[in-house]
Design a protein. Structure first.
Length: 139
């Protein structure tokens, strides 16, 4: 088995995702989520879920991290670590998968729980047959 290039970053990614999870605003679902994106240059960008009384207006942790990263000039990513208090690792929701796919399906996705459980996928595994810009240009 080959060693992933993100291995040296995983401790910091896990810590950042767990840290920002504590900042989540989740008064309705009580399901706090933290995410930490690893940019191609090694920068780690965190985000947490922010719920709203008008439920569709809420933002997931992964998209919060992605927006912060893009606003900071990042466009290439190696991995995202998602942290929850769930008993089993939780992958990103469908909308977050699609948002992340905009920047590449080779993204490594690592889900960790507060109790130490972990699961890994590539974004392509989580979102097979993704809708990408190539479909827009295939008219």
């Amino acid at each position: 088995m080959t060693r992933s290039p993100i291995e040296p970053y995983l401790p910091a990614l896990r810590a950042r995702a767990a840290e920002v999870m504590q900042q989540a605003h989740a008064p309705y679902s009580h399901f706090k989520v933290g995410a930490a994106l690893l940019a191609a240059d090694g920068a780690i960008i965190g985000g947490c879920n922010v719920e709203n009384a008008s439920y569709p207006a809420g933002t997931c942790a992964e998209r919060c991290a992605l927006g912060t990263a893009v606003a900071s000039g990042h466009r290439r990513f190696q991995a995202v670590v998602v942290c929850t208090e769930a008993s089993v690792p939780t992958p990103p929701c469908g909308i977050c998968r699609q948002a992340l796919a905009e920047f590449g399906l080779d993204l490594e996705v690592v889900s960790v729980t507060a109790n130490g459980q972990e699961a890994r996928w590539t974004l392509a595994e989580l979102l097979p047959h993704a809708f990408t810009s190539s479909q827009l240009h295939s008219r």
